[in-house]
Design a protein around this ligand. Structure first.
Ligand code: SAM
Length: 260
C-alpha cells in the first residue's frame, strides 16, 4: 500500500510532489479505471463531447492528457481519428494496455505538453485536455505557455476542450463529488486534504484501505478563461456538468471550449 505523504508547502520535497508524473505512481494508475468506472462515466457524459466535436466539424482529435485512454477510446469507437498523448509513463502504459484489450487502434505517445510538436504529430481539428488535468500546472505563465502549445497543435479555427473540477465551489467550501461524472467508481471515496488558494489536495480512499493523493492548483473558472484569451484563444465559453446553463455553486466540473 502506498505511504501517506505529508509535506508542508515549505518543504523542498513538496516541489517534487507537485510534479505530475510522480503523482501517478504505478499502483495508483493501476486503479485509475476502478476510480472512474468507464461504463458509468460514459453514461454520465452521454454524447456531450461527440456532439461538440461534430458541431465544430472536428474529425482529427488530439487527446493531450489521455490518462488511461477513456476519451480516446470512446471517440475512436464513435468514428473520430484520435491520437492519444500523456506525459506520465505509467498512464501511457495503462492506455496502451486498455487499447489492446479493447481492440481499438489508437496511436499513443508519451509527451509532456510542452514537447508537443505539430511538425511531428501534424495539426488537429480539436485538442482535448480533460479530466481536470491542466491544474497540474501551478503557475499561470506555465499554463498560458501550454495553452499556446495546444493552439499550435490546432488548425486555424480548431476547437480546444478543457475541463476542470469546479474550484470556484471547492474554494467556497462546497466540494461535492456526486459520483455521476468523471469519478464514478463506487470502491473509492474522494475527499479534500489541504485546501487554500494555491493548493488543492484530493485524497482517494479505496474500500481496501489504499490511499492516494493528488495535489493540484485550484484554478478558478474565470481565471482559466482569462488564460485562454491570453494564449490567443477566441470566444471561450463554459458548461457546468455538461449543461450550458448552470449554477456555479452546484456543479462538479466545468468544461471550457474555445477556438484557435
Ligand atoms: N484525461 C484522463 C481522465 O480523464 O481520466 C486523465 C486525467 S488525470 C487527472 C491528469 C492527466 O494529465 C494525467 O494522466 C497526467 O499524466 C496528465 N498530465 C498532467 N500534466 C501533464 C503534462 N505537463 N504533460 C502531459 N501530461 C500531463
Amino acid at each position: 500500500m502506498p505511504q501517506l505523504i505529508a509535506l508542508s508547502p515549505a518543504d523542498p520535497l513538496a516541489i517534487a510532489y507537485h510534479d505530475y508524473a510522480r503523482q501517478y505512481e504505478a499502483d495508483f494508475v493501476e486503479r485509475w479505471d476502478e476510480l472512474i468506472d468507464w461504463e458509468k462515466r460514459a453514461a454520465g457524459e452521454g454524447a456531450f463531447f461527440h456532439d461538440l466535436l461534430r458541431q465544430a466539424g472536428a474529425w482529427r482529435v488530439l487527446d493531450a492528457a489521455t490518462g488511461s485512454g477513456f476519451h480516446a477510446a470512446q471517440l475512436h469507437k464513435a468514428g473520430f481519428d484520435v491520437t492519444a498523448c500523456d506525459g506520465s509513463p505509467t498512464m501511457v502504459d495503462r492506455a496502451r494496455r486498455n487499447f489492446d484489450r479493447l481492440g481499438v487502434d489508437v496511436p499513443v505517445h508519451r509527451y509532456d505538453w510542452q514537447a508537443l510538436d505539430a511538425r511531428v504529430l501534424g495539426t488537429f481539428d480539436a485538442v482535448l485536455c480533460l479530466g481536470s488535468s491542466l491544474c497540474h500546472l501551478f503557475e499561470s505563465e506555465a499554463r498560458i505557455a501550454v495553452l499556446k502549445r495546444f493552439r499550435q497543435m490546432l488548425k486555424p479555427g480548431g476547437l480546444l476542450l478543457i475541463d476542470q473540477r469546479n474550484f470556484e465551489a471547492i474554494l467556497a467550501g462546497r466540494f461535492t463529488s456526486s459520483g455521476r461524472y468523471y469519478y464514478c467508481g463506487d470502491t473509492a471515496r474522494v475527499t479534500l486534504g489541504e485546501l487554500n488558494e494555491s493548493v488543492c489536495e484530493f485524497v482517494y480512499r479505496f474500500a481496501d484501505g489504499a490511499q492516494y493523493r493528488l495535489r493540484v492548483c485550484p484554478i478558478r473558472p474565470r481565471q482559466l478563461q482569462d488564460e485562454l484569451r491570453a494564449a490567443g484563444f477566441r470566444a471561450p465559453h463554459a458548461y457546468g456538468d455538461f449543461k450550458p446553463v448552470y449554477d456555479v455553486m452546484n456543479v462538479d466540473f466545468i468544461v471550457h471550449q474555445a477556438h484557435a
